[in-house]
Design a protein around this ligand. Structure first.
Ligand code: ADP
Ligand code: MG
Length: 217
């Protein structure tokens, strides 16, 4: 699915990914962890570039249209897969067929009563749920997510992660909550200063390894 061999990425003169080699097979569920600035977001964007057509991407800043309803923001997940007429009709008045597909997604993200609320009136956590809903509605074989549960209450984040994992065949997320990441994902990729510092089954990631990954340089 992804086969990176010594991939480097630079912003101007600053090298951010320094020779990343990584193979991710179809059907894998993997999480990327590591200190802030290690290159997690850059790596996710690189993965997206490589398989754009098959990917739904959950942005760290949600990337929602604030003036539109939550429903329409989820609908946007498949805008490119419908005709302009179909899209205009749904923009004016959500059609039965779309409602029957999108309502269960709102139920799953725990937002059914906010389906027609304008996104600008929602809390950060609610907006993040809508961003997750949009990615699910896209029904891609791959979901990539950049800290997709960062604004969700800790006791609800696990459930949302399970939903994301069950919504696509291959799922790769970046996360900053390490304990949550280890509990939810079988494979952990640790980035440090633009390099793969560890790539292990989550049960093999010990406290010492984590301390090393996150140590100050
Ligand atoms: P992480 O997601 O692990 O926090 P990022 O991939 O966002 O790391 O960033 C890695 C490094 O690249 C950081 O030092 C960051 O400042 C830098 N960086 C990220 N995006 C840009 C950009 N658009 N232009 C220049 N530098 C960037
Ligand atoms: Mg990041």
């Amino acid at each position: 699915m992804f086969d990176l061999e010594r991939v480097s990425v630079a912003y101007g003169a600053a090298r951010v990914l320094k020779g990343i080699s990584l193979r991710i097979r179809e059907g894998e569920k993997a999480v990327i962890i590591g200190p802030s600035g290690a290159g997690k977001s850059t790596l996710l964007k690189k993965l997206y570039e490589l398989r754009q057509a098959q990917c739904a991407f959950i942005h760290q800043d949600y990337a929602l249209v604030a003036q539109l309803s939550a429903f329409h923001n989820v609908y946007i997940g498949r805008l490119d897969q419908h005709s302009t007429t179909h899209n205009l009709l749904n923009l004016l008045k959500p059609q039965k067929a779309e409602l029957s597909q999108i309502t269960p997604i709102f139920r799953a993200i725990g937002m059914e009563e906010k389906m027609f609320a304008r996104v600008s009136t929602l809390s950060g956590g609610q907006q993040q749920r809508v961003a997750v809903g949009r990615a699910i509605y896209r029904r891609s074989s791959i979901i990539l997510g950049d800290e997709p549960v960062s604004a969700i209450d800790p006791h609800q984040a696990g459930g949302l992660l399970e939903l994301i994992k069950s919504s696509a065949d291959t799922v790769i997320l970046a996360m900053h909550d390490v304990q949550l990441a280890l509990a939810a994902f079988p494979r952990v990729i640790g980035l440090r200063e633009g390099r793969v510092f560890l790539d292990l089954p989550s049960e093999e990631v010990g406290e010492d390894t984590l301390a090393d990954l996150y140590r100050r340089s």
